[in-house]
Design a protein around this ligand. Structure first.
Ligand code: WT7
Length: 657
């Protein structure tokens, strides 16, 4: 293409507001009949049988939805199944020799598991876990990077009915300990280390440090990922993964029959308070829901090679690297490393090498690709791609169009999928074979999902006005409760908009949004004290308590400020105790304190020392104002503050004047 043709194209794209799904895609789409929206509405909740039908059930369920004890809903009550049997065993006859997992390590080494091979290793590890004493309903924690043993361990747990709790490998030792204590988890699967930008990174020391903070006895399995690169010693209660698996070579473990409502896993996520929330997902509802959305939204077919570039340590990886794709019998690609190692074309090299058909990634990654330039994707043949997806944070129209053009060659639909750890799977997005796409706007709620945008009273807002997202009917993938904390579950999600007297139960995801007159929803971001850094959720309270834990810190307030690549970044306003000096050293100690307590993702972008925080007359910290300062925005009236004089002082510090 000539330069002038190219710039003409850019200009046209920049103006275009709506995009139709490509005909070639629609023709082959798993779901392409617009009638599906009406069918689901008319036939609710029986419509969800379609999701359950994607699975093999040992015992058919008696009822699709039981709502006797709202909002403690039950889905597919009476049904029995096993998630590992659904992700593995049932594919053996037809697809045993096809790839289940195509893994690539950061150094370029590859490992591929056919369904047969994955089934074998899952059985062996399941037998090993049992021998270690793991019983049905024991929570097994995993603290692992993107290596194949992670999905193996998850599926092995599912096979024996032991819920897993995966802790993101980038989280700190403290975070691991908090989660293991909260779940009373006595088993840990971890590894010696992994690669980042070509260097072997010690992970086991961090795991051991975390284990030091666990207040009960534990048994740990350690995968040897780095071999000779990193010598490691095992403690008395630690066992080598390879040895364990070798000791159980050829073992067959009958999948345990699980009730539809039995817990499949726990996933900790950040909330408003400092304590992370243990989100509980179930076997029947969750697995049906992620299978259905993988089928309907990601258009996954068994013969596809599908790639979700998230980390399995987050819900996206659970739902759309492991459970959804494997339940449908497809090939799921897993990549260990960073997108710019050894060079900025790494992602496109992977797409080309394996012939990836669907790519599901995050806006923060797309913004980085944009910044690096289109010459990197242009070095590769990306014509295998059929669908593109994004998740985790709002995507601006410019990034959407760049993705559509430079990665999708204007021939792949882009699905901008809004959902959360708590929803289990996607909730708001266009269906790629049906819906007109509007860049920047996630789209309408999926069929069967009753999402609205309302004002503080719960009344639907006018098109174009800002409001709050609510979900007014339950769905199979929803969280069932917060682990051992029904009270917090009710408080966090159901209190705001439900009318208990009227028996009306409304789920509140704590996101702001606006709705267009065609029913398309644009997500505006969190309305609670949670910030979204590179698509990862962080509680401001968690970061604040980490900072206050640093010697010399008296008080801290943390807010999210806009950031080109990360979406939002952490800004920390800190008051020091008397006798401590504002210095670079102090700032470094604070940053270190945050990394130790949570992990590098929570690292403050800027630490701003101040003698006081702007407070209202009633003593509440004005976070909004601190956000505006971080963003360099015009500040409104500050005269209602108790200490307006402090504002200018802080502003000066942030801008570095
Ligand atoms: C929060 C959930 C969903 C898995 C990854 C994050 C934000 C998510 C979108 C989107 C705008 C989005 C919301 C949500 N979010 N997807 N497509 N557009 N915002 O899961 O850590 O539970 O975070 O991420 O604010 O509440 P999570």
């Amino acid at each position: 293409m000539s330069d002038s043709e190219d710039s003409q194209l850019e200009a046209r794209l920049a103006e275009q507001e709506v995009f139709e799904p490509p005909e070639s895609f629609v023709e082959q789409a798993n779901v392409s009949d617009p009638a599906i929206y009406e069918e689901f509405e008319d036939d609710w909740p029986a419509c969800w049988e379609r999701a359950a039908d994607l699975l093999d059930w040992e015992t058919e369920y008696d009822e699709v939805l039981v709502d006797d004890d709202e909002p403690f809903y039950e889905w597919f009550t009476g049904g029995e199944l096993n998630a590992s049997a659904n992700c593995l065993d049932r594919h053996l006859d037809s697809r045993g020799d096809e790839l289940a997992i195509q893994w690539e390590g950061e150094l370029g080494e590859t490992r591929a598991y056919t369904y047969e091979e994955l089934h074998r290793e899952v059985n062996e590890f399941a037998a090993a876990l049992r021998d270690l004493g793991v019983e049905e309903d024991d929570v097994v924690t995993m603290y692992m990077p993107m290596i194949p043993e992670l999905p193996v361990a998850m599926l092995a747990c599912a096979r024996i009915g032991a819920p897993h709790s995966v802790v993101f490998a980038g989280f700190s030792a403290d975070a691991l300990a908090t989660r293991m204590n909260s779940a009373e988890s006595e088993y840990l699967v971890t590894c010696d280390g992994y690669y980042r930008r070509g260097d072997g990174l010690d992970h086991l020391s961090k795991a051991n440090e975390g284990l030091g903070g666990v207040d009960h006895e534990t048994t740990t399995v350690v995968v040897d990922r780095l071999g000779d690169e990193l010598e490691h010693e095992l403690g008395a209660d630690q066992i080598d993964y390879d040895e364990l698996v070798a000791d159980h070579e050829g073992a067959a473990v009958e999948p345990v029959t699980r009730d539809a409502e039995d817990m499949l896993f726990l996933m900790y996520t950040s909330g408003t308070t400092g304590q992370p929330k243990g989100v509980k997902h179930t076997t029947g509802g969750y697995l049906s829901y992620v299978s259905w959305t993988s089928h309907a939204v990601l258009d996954v077919k068994p013969e596809d090679t599908y790639w979700c570039s998230a980390d399995i340590g987050w819900i996206t990886g659970h739902s759309y690297i492991v459970y959804g794709p494997l339940a449908l019998g497809t090939t799921s690609v897993m990549y260990e490393g960073t997108p710019d190692y050894p060079d900025k074309d790494r992602m496109w090299d992977i797409v080309e090498s394996y012939g990836v058909n669907q790519l599901y990634t995050a806006p923060t990654a797309i913004r980085a690709f944009m910044k690096w330039g289109s010459e990197y994707p242009e070095q590769h043949d990306l014509s295998s791609l059929r669908l593109l997806g994004t998740v985790g944070e709002p995507i601006n129209p410019k990034a959407w169009k760049w993705y559509y053009k430079h990665i999708g060659d204007e021939s792949c639909p882009v699905v901008d999928t809004w959902w959360q750890t708590e929803t289990g799977g996607m909730m708001i997005t266009t269906l790629p074979g049906i819906g007109t796409m509007k860049p920047g706007t996630a789209g309408p709620p999926l069929p069967g999902i009753d999402a609205q945008v309302v004002d503080t009273e719960g009344a639907e807002v006018e098109p174009g006005e800002a409001g709050y997202v609510t979900v007014n009917k339950p769905w199979p993938g929803m969280l069932r409760t917060l682990y051992k904390n029904d009270e917090r579950f009710l408080e966090e999600y159901w209190q705001e908009y439900s009318d208990e007297g009227e028996d009306e139960w409304v789920y509140f995801p704590e996101d702001g949004a606006k709705i267009d007159d065609d029913g398309y929803i644009t997500i505006l971001g969190r309305v609670d004290d949670v910030i979204n850094v590179s698509g990862h959720r962080l509680g401001t309270m968690e970061v604040e308590s980490a900072i206050v834990g640093v010697e010399g810190v008296a008080e801290a307030a943390v807010v999210g400020g806009d950031h080109d690549l990360k979406g939002e970044a952490v800004y920390a306003y800190v008051i020091l105790e008397d006798g401590y000096e504002e210095s670079e050293e102090m700032s470094d100690r604070i940053i270190e304190g945050v990394e130790d307590a949570i992990g590098p993702i929570a690292r403050p972008e800027q630490v701003i020392f101040t003698p006081e925080l702007p407070k209202t007359r009633s003593g509440k910290i004005m976070r909004r104002l601190l956000e505006d300062i971080a963003n360099g925005e015009e500040l409104g009236n500050t005269s209602t503050l108790r200490n307006p004089e402090i504002v200018e002082d802080i502003e000066r510090k942030v801008s570095g004047d």
